[in-house]
Ligand binder design. Sequence first.
Ligand code: ZN
Length: 269
Amino acid sequence: MPEGHTIHRLARDLRRDLGRQQLQVQSPQGRFAAESQLLDGDFLQGTDAWGKHLFLRWKSGRLVHIHLGLYGKFRRHKTPPPEPRPTVRLRLWGRDRCWDLVGPNRCELLSEEGEAELLQRLGPDPLRADADVDQVWQRIHKSRVCIGGLLLNQAVIAGVGNVYRAEVLFDQRIAPETRGCDLSREQFLGIWERLCEWLQIGVRYNRIITAEPEQVGRSRGRMRRKERLQCYGHAACTECGTEIECWELANRKMYACPVCQAGGHPVGT
Ligand SMILES: [Zn+2]
């Protein structure tokens, strides 16, 4: 499942390629056909993202909401594009570029009320300038759920997935089982600031990078896959050499060092 940086990067790339122009809109697969007909010839005014949700805003006032889910993907072509695959839900055809969307979890027209309802279910997004950090703190501070679960809850904080979750808890030396209410405000701010910084790096490089260039001895752009992360997917702790523990937490794989992140013990191990 893509994390928030992927969706914000998509919003940016779509805006650069297709923004401020009139687009041909099609649904070769047919499942977005009626909506595509309404949008065909409309002018794409802007794009933005909130957590894992992507929004395309049109001059007509219409709003397309896309959630990629596990399988959704965009493909980018030069114009004229190749014949669309039969699985293309949405084709956006502009002056120089054409983008195809396949396999999204959601691709729908959203009314103003629909948008408000959706946003109400989402917590603040660290990548948005308007993110209300205090709201996130209040939710975490009042919760008896563990921080490893809270970080994946899109209603608490939007855009964080299981890679950033494992990385930030390792970075801040916090046991994933620590309850929200047992975290200090300082610990929380450490998590938040790291997430803000890393998500922005994620947008810039279009991938998750949490390792520091000085640690690795290579710039972020030149790091190899294994070098980009500090803990997630690692066998041994980069800090102390202890075996990294891996278990299911809130239905996703959690990785943590039992020594560096002491203070709680993984459930089920
Ligand atoms: Zn360690």
